[in-house]
Each structure stands twice: as C-alpha cells, then as structure tokens.
Design a protein around this ligand. Structure first.
Ligand SMILES: Nc1ncnc2c1ncn2[C@@H]1O[C@H](COP(=O)(O)OP(=O)(O)OP(=O)(O)O)[C@@H](O)[C@H]1O
Ligand SMILES: [Mg+2]
Length: 348
C-alpha cells in the first residue's frame, strides 16, 4: 500500500516503523541533519526512508506539524514522495530533576520513498565532481519545476540547498526537508520571523532580518544553481564559467550545451538580485529555460556577461535588469552576515 502512488500519505503505527528499521539501529542510518536522523526501512516489497525527529519540545512539535502540512500538499515528480507519518505519545516513568515522574514521551516520524543516489551536495563537493553537464542541466530544470510547484501551492520551502535535494536512480532531483517550510494563505506574500531560519550560505539578504517569501527561495535557488555550475562560491562571470566548461564538453553538443550554461549562469545571477522584487519567479525561470530549448537564445561570447540581456517579460523590473551595466546581482562579499567562505574546487 505504501508504494501505491495514488494513496494519500497516512498515519503509520510506531511499531511498524520500529520493525522495518530494526528498532532504529545505527546500521540502517542513511543520513542526518540538524533535527532528525533518517533510517532505511525494509519492507517486503521495497525500501522506504524513515525520518525520526529528535527532541520533541513544543517548537519541534510545531516543526513536525508544519512539515506534515506542507508535505501533504506537495505531490510532484521533483519532490520527495511522502508516504506517511507517526505521532506517538506514551506515558512513561522517567527521571526528571532527580525524581521519578510520569512523563509524556513523544515520537514523531515521517516516512518517504527511498531516494537511492544521495543528496546533491555530495556530488558538488565530493568525489563525484565529474558530473557531466547534461545531468547537471536536468537537475537544475527539475529543481526549478519542483520549486515552481511548491510556490503554486503557496508553500515557501525556506531551506533550499543541495543537501536538501535528493537524487533518484536516474538522477531526477527530489526536493526534501520541509522542516522549516511554511504554507502561506492565498494572498500572503511574506512573513517576518523573530529568528533567522534557513542555512546561512543560501539565505537571502532579507532573511537575515527574518523576512521569508517566495523570492527568498529564489535566492537560495540562485546559490544552488551556481554551485551546480561552478563548484565555486564566487559570484560567477558568464565568460569565465563558459571558458571553464568549454574544455570539458563533448564536441558534438558543445554549442547547445554552452548556450544552456550561459543561460543558467544568467538565471542564477538574476536570482541573486539584492532586492526580492527584481528576482525572477520560478515560472519565469522555467519560461526562460523552455524558450532556450527552442533555440531562441543565441549565445554571445564576445562581450561581458551584461551583453546578454534577459527577455523583458522574465524579470519583474525590466528597466533595471537589462540595463547597459547588466543586472546588479547580489555579491556574497556584500553580506557582512555571511560566514567566512569555504574553498571549493573549481571546475577547471
Ligand atoms: N527519502 C530519502 N531517501 C534517502 N535519503 C534520505 C531521504 N530523506 C533524507 N535522506 C538523507 O538524510 C539526510 C537528512 O535528511 P533531512 O534533510 O530531511 O533531515 P534534517 O535533519 O531535517 O536536515 P536539516 O539539518 O537540513 O534540517 C539527507 O541529506 C539525506 O542524505
Ligand atoms: Mg536537511
């Protein structure tokens, strides 16, 4: 039943999840982040991933409920498939402040399809840096489509980054980790939180003041695309990125692929605009990529990156983003709140 795509995610008993993970044994651990440990669960007819949330304080309970709420609405080929949840509370005699008391022991778990090829960050920073361009392009497109779907459903992910993008057998990307995601109501455009949420490296400038919006996801998408393109944290210059890739591409598809790389670099730059309103929407980005696939975007290699303008309809502020000095993308160096840079390998 768990594997039937038409069945809605459902409540699952703790005993079942214990059973399939061999009581959450370390041997079955497949990943962990700041808030959970993820285990492989073995069923008779397949494998699932079981995410066991740590420390169930009131805040963690809110996180769990928020994650379930978003996941219930998020059914798409580029979003990890949510199979079920478990919310279990049991009275247990426990030691508390030197006394034995009846405590409420909570277990909160989520069950997903198992995505076998690990998370994208491992390919960017690890031994798999040779990931060819064709695959990277498919990943960029898939992530954009997944994010577009979320935004259509009024969900802001808030923690989009390569570590939260899982890769399937055929390298289809699946966005995961909705622990700090928010479902906005129809007309809501942003919220202000008291604390900074998200991962600093991927956080939009306004995120450092607690503002979360669809456009803050777009900023995180921009950083993610840059990492997929360059394996390098610097603000990319289109010509430099193209030059680096030129040596690596197969001759037969070189022109087409260089064009894709050029467009993706410029899309990423526009996502990093300092002002949220100047960033494209996920729909805009998909339109740009689709348009490019129709070969309507001739590549320009003779000038600076600013000589390749965006189609006016794809960015919200046409006059500024296609000006003669090019889009003023946000530079990592401008952000005083950013942690010190780590060194990444370059692509050439
Ligand atoms: N469905 C899955 N299939 C395979 N591996 C998974 C799956 N879900 C999670 N993982 C692994 O577990 C890791 C942590 O998962 P996840 O990001 O959901 O947890 P988290 O504790 O909320 O992380 P964070 O610190 O980013 O909030 C992932 O990076 C991935 O390696
Ligand atoms: Mg995570």
């Amino acid at each position: 039943m768990l594997f039937d795509e038409n069945v809605k995610a459902t409540a699952l008993p703790l005993s079942l999840l214990k059973n399939i993970t061999d009581d959450f044994t370390n041997n079955n651990e497949i990943g962990n982040g700041g808030f959970a440990v993820v285990y492989k669960g073995l069923l008779e007819n397949g494998v699932v991933a079981v995410k066991k949330l740590a420390n169930m304080s009131v805040t963690d309970e809110r996180r769990f409920l928020g994650e379930v709420e978003c996941l219930m609405k998020a059914k798409h080929k580029n979003i990890v498939r949510f199979l079920g949840y478990c919310s279990d509370s049991q009275g247990q005699w426990v030691e508390y402040n030197g006394k034995s008391v009846m405590g409420d022991v909570r277990q909160r778990l989520l069950c997903f399809e198992y995505v076998p090829n690990r998370s994208l960050d491992k390919y960017i920073k690890g031994a798999h840096t040779s990931l060819e361009w064709g695959k990277r392009y498919q990943i960029i497109k898939g992530v954009c489509e997944g994010l577009h779907f979320l935004h259509k459903k009024n969900i802001v992910h808030s923690d989009l980054k390569p570590a939260n993008i899982l890769l399937d057998n055929d390298m289809t990307p699946k966005i995961t980790d909705f622990g700090i995601s928010r479902c906005f109501d129809g007309k809501q455009t942003h919220i202000i939180t008291k604390s900074i949420i998200g991962s600093r490296r991927y956080l939009a400038p306004e995120g450092f003041y607690g503002k979360i919006s669809f456009k803050s996801d777009i900023f995180s998408l921009g950083v993610t695309i840059i990492e997929i393109l360059t394996l390098n944290e610097d603000y990319p210059d289109v010509l430099r990125v193209l030059k680096c890739w030129e040596h690596r591409l197969e001759k037969s598809q070189k022109d087409q692929e260089l064009e894709q790389i050029s467009v993706c670099t410029k899309v990423a730059q526009s996502c990093l605009e300092f002002y949220p309103a100047k960033r494209p929407s996920a729909q805009d980005i998909i339109d740009i990529l689709k348009q490019k696939e129709g070969n309507e975007w001739p590549i320009e290699t003779g000038g600076s990156s600013s000589t390749v303008p965006y189609e006016s309809s794809h960015v919200e502020d046409k006059s500024k983003s296609s000006s003669s000095t090019g889009p003023k993308a946000y530079s990592f160096a401008q952000n005083k709140n950013m942690p010190p840079r780590r060194r990444h390998r370059r692509i050439c």
